[in-house]
Design a protein around this ligand. Structure first.
Ligand code: SAH
Ligand code: SF4
Length: 382
């Protein structure tokens, strides 16, 4: 092991940690001890890990470190939602959001700086792609938020409402980036989330949200099945090709088949279909009926997401009355539907508003004409 390069222990899932420890003659239980210090107690200094043998600690000191992400900015919403902006170096920043509710605390984390999928309703997609995050950078968001919430037990709602959950019971990979296009690094982070010696979250309470990377849905089923949310957003290929450009590569038929294969091993017996409500684009009664036909092919629940506008999108949120009508139409056909509450809007922490700062190294914006966004609306209105 090169003495110069320090290993960030945060990024090592149990197998890798056990391997590291065994190089120094340590037994697997040493790795478990270390994991608990780092992930459960949030300790980042080896000299504070008092029950570790001295020679083990000196090896750790010589070769390793526990390096969480660097915080650029932290914001708190009046509804208790918290957002952290992390500096990822070279001008990149990513965002993480904690959403406290009465019965759970959900952390929404990012998997990439930017995103290559370039959905026209998403501010992350609009920024282009910069780079994949490492396992340490992905799990570091959870590590940091855990510590911050623990250090601040008084962090109740600023609007005087009842005190919500203050610990993280759920993690959703719905921040910036497409998790299944950064598969290996995301997998390492997921394994840590569900590891009893790390975060010990139930598989049912860890959700990967994907725009539909079919082969990787299959791999996830084999490697670490957690709850799955699929960003559907359209009831047919023609519209989905425009709203979720990845659909051109993995069209609906293939995606729905992959969902069914996933359900064979999933910890929940349904897939969550996310469906963003865009005024005049995908929110008509006819489209709801078309959606029902698709939904009948997969055991699913719908989560309707009112679009959170951002200046460049040229798109509008469906009016509340239309969202209600759309939801009712699905429910009348026997579907289970929830409408996502928008949280943390006052701190730009709502879905799709996570912008961070990403240098568009792939120049997606230049490659995708701005007009594409406007065409979506005009065509639907014609
Ligand atoms: N790339 C993954 C996960 C990150 S996006 C995916 O697309 O599923 C997480 C969710 O936020 C997706 O369902 C996405 O469609 C939604 N989203 C993106 N932009 C949004 C916006 N402006 N308003 C509301 N939801 C948005
Ligand atoms: Fe990427 Fe998801 Fe945003 Fe689409 S919605 S651009 S897949 S982060």
């Amino acid at each position: 092991m090169p003495a110069t390069e320090s290993i960030n222990v945060l990024g090592l899932e149990s197998e890798a940690l056990t391997r590291l420890v065994s190089q120094w003659g340590g037994k697997p239980f040493r790795a478990r001890q270390l994991s608990r210090w780092v992930h459960q107690r949030g300790v980042d200094r080896f000299d504070q890990m008092t029950d570790l043998a001295k020679d083990f600690r000196s090896n750790l000191d010589a070769h390793c470190e526990v390096r969480g992400p660097q915080v650029n900015l932290e914001k708190r919403s009046t509804d208790g939602t918290r957002k952290w902006l992390f500096d990822m170096g070279q001008g990149n920043a990513i965002e993480t959001v904690f959403i406290p509710e009465d019965d759970r605390g959900t952390l929404c984390i990012s998997s990439q700086a930017g995103c290559t999928v370039a959905c026209p309703f998403c501010s992350t997609g609009y920024q282009g792609f910069s780079r994949n995050l490492s396992t340490a950078e992905i799990i570091g968001q959870l590590w940091h938020a855990n510590r911050a919430l623990r250090d601040d037990p008084a962090a109740a709602r600023l609007d005087g409402g009842p005190a919500p959950a203050r610990t993280i019971s759920n993690v959703v990979m719905m921040g910036m980036g497409e998790p299944l296009l950064n598969y290996d690094q995301v997998l390492g982070a997921l394994r840590l989330m569900v590891d009893d010696n790390a975060y010990g979250l139930s598989r049912r309470r860890v959700t990967v949200s994907t725009s539909g990377v079919v082969p990787m849905i299959d791999r996830l089923a084999g490697d670490c099945p957690v709850a799955l949310a699929v960003s559907l957003h359209a009831p047919n290929d023609a519209l989905r090709d425009r709203l979720v450009p990845l659909n051109r590569k993995y069209p609906l038929d293939e995606l729905l088949d992959a969902c069914n294969r996933y359900l064979e091993v999933a910890p929940r017996d349904f897939i969550t279909f996310e469906y963003i409500m865009l005024d005049g684009v995908n929110d008509s009664v006819e489209q709801a009926d078309e959606l029902v036909q698709i939904a009948r092919r997969v055991r699913c629940k719908f989560n309707l997401i009112p679009f959170n506008p951002f200046p460049q999108s040229g798109l509008k949120r469906s009016p509340a009355s239309r969202i209600r009508l759309f939801a009712q139409r699905l429910m009348d056909a026997g579907q289970i539907v929830t409408v996502r509450k928008t949280r943390g809007e006052d701190i730009d922490a709502a879905c799709g508003q996570l912008a961070g700062e990403v240098k568009d190294r792939t120049r997606i914006n230049e490659r995708l004409p701005d007009r594409a966004r406007i065409v979506i609306r005009r065509k639907e209105r014609e």
